[in-house]
Design a protein around this ligand. Structure first.
Ligand SMILES: Cc1cc2nc3c(=O)[nH]c(=O)nc-3n(C[C@H](O)[C@H](O)[C@H](O)COP(=O)(O)OP(=O)(O)OC[C@H]3O[C@@H](n4cnc5c(N)ncnc54)[C@H](O)[C@@H]3O)c2cc1C
Length: 328
């Protein structure tokens, strides 16, 4: 259903950014500094929220995820950027013209020339008791984010059941942070080539099913295997299945990446345009592997491209107005 004009609760925005985490806030900053009117709508579920700290972010290393976003929001105060806490439930093209209407769960509607999807991903955790409680602390996914803090310690890489190669690749990566890495295949068998590479990298292999992670006072103590054997480790790295945090791109009919490590991501051209006119995507919505600073950097580039696109629209409108104002 297309929003009625009288439902519109704000003047036309040059861009409505959906998702106000690292990518969304940076997109808003770049557009705001380009004198654009921007609305950011966010429902407060950034992917790294369970983590104690953000690492590998120049100038912000060790900040909490919440503090980093709070600093980002504060930086927007000088510009024509409105921050809204709400969830977007629908985006559609206006019946006439090139505007898009963005509708929130609270029933508010914004009209804009550009929608920026910065809605991020959700991690589906391995189905092992103890993993959810420790997620973001002693159970993590990315060595580039959390490897340094546990370097040189006994570490485990938990594979995804049925997809042992993913675990092998991750364990090989992790072996550069510690010489005491064990790959837990959780019941999957490995072939000779996989074992040889792991052996060369000094990674031990345990193929038993994992029964649970044992913790005390919120800290990981050990892994418990199906036969009850414990294995004390400092941290467990896991492989997660990722999916888009919203169905908005699907609802709009945006093309998605079909295969490979970015499968399920919203497909864009190199500037950030999706297959739907007026709709852009940035951050992990479109490049799932981005670290936090990468998501922000990507968003800055996409915002520059949006600004240039809006400039062309401005010029075309001005030229049309000037033609129609000219005496015949
Ligand atoms: C546990 C964990 C720890 C991590 N630690 C690090 C680290 O130390 N260093 C590092 O570089 N990277 C880290 N990462 C990766 C980092 O979290 C991502 O790179 C970063 O969050 C990507 O930012 P984003 O803006 O693309 O998406 P997100 O941070 O996921 O933000 C998406 C935002 O969109 C909002 N949203 C979604 N749908 C809607 C909707 N329909 N309406 C309104 N709002 C919506 C969400 O609420 C959310 O705020 C970590 C990831 C995890 C899972």
């Amino acid at each position: 259903m297309v929003a009625a004009m009288d439902q519109l609760n704000a003047p036309d925005a040059d861009a409505v950014v959906i998702g106000g985490s690292l990518a969304g806030l940076q997109a808003a900053l770049t557009l705001g500094r380009a004198c654009r009117r921007v609305v950011v709508i966010d429902d407060g579920r950034p992917r790294n929220a369970p983590a104690a700290h953000v690492h590998n972010f120049l100038g912000q290393h060790g900040s909490t995820p919440a503090a980093l976003l709070e600093a980002g929001r504060a930086a927007l105060g000088d510009y024509d950027v409105a921050l809204e806490r709400d969830r977007v439930v629908r985006i559609e093209h206006a019946p006439v013209g090139d505007r898009l209407h963005v509708t929130s769960r609270d029933g508010r509607v914004w009209q804009t020339r550009a929608v920026v999807l910065a809605t991020g991903l959700v991690d589906e955790l391995p189905d092992v008791p103890g993993v959810p409680e420790l997620w973001g602390r002693d159970v993590v996914a990315c060595p580039h984010c959390h490897g340094w803090e546990v370097r040189g310690e006994p570490l485990a890489q938990l594979s995804l059941r049925g997809m042992p190669q993913r675990g092998v690749d991750r364990a090989l990566l992790l072996s550069r942070w510690s010489s005491e890495v064990v790959l837990l295949t959780d019941g999957d068998e490995l072939d000779a080539a996989q074992r040889e590479r792991l052996h060369a990298a000094g990674v031990a292999v345990q193929t038993q099913r994992v029964r649970r992670l044992v913790s005390h006072d919120g800290r990981l103590r050990s892994i418990e295997f199906a036969d009850g054997t414990p294995l004390p480790v400092r941290a467990v790295f896991v492989v997660t299945r990722q999916r888009q945090q919203t169905y908005l791109a699907q609802q709009l009919g945006c093309r998605h990446t079909e295969a490979g490590t970015a499968a399920g991501a919203v497909e864009t051209d190199s500037a950030g345009r999706t297959s739907v006119p007026g709709v852009w995507a940035t951050g992990t919505t479109t490049v799932p592997a981005l670290l936090a600073i990468g998501a922000a950097g990507h968003a800055s580039s996409v915002a520059v491209a949006i600004h240039n696109d809006l400039l062309e629209q401005d010029l075309a409108t001005a030229a049309a107005q000037s033609r129609s104002a000219r005496p015949q």
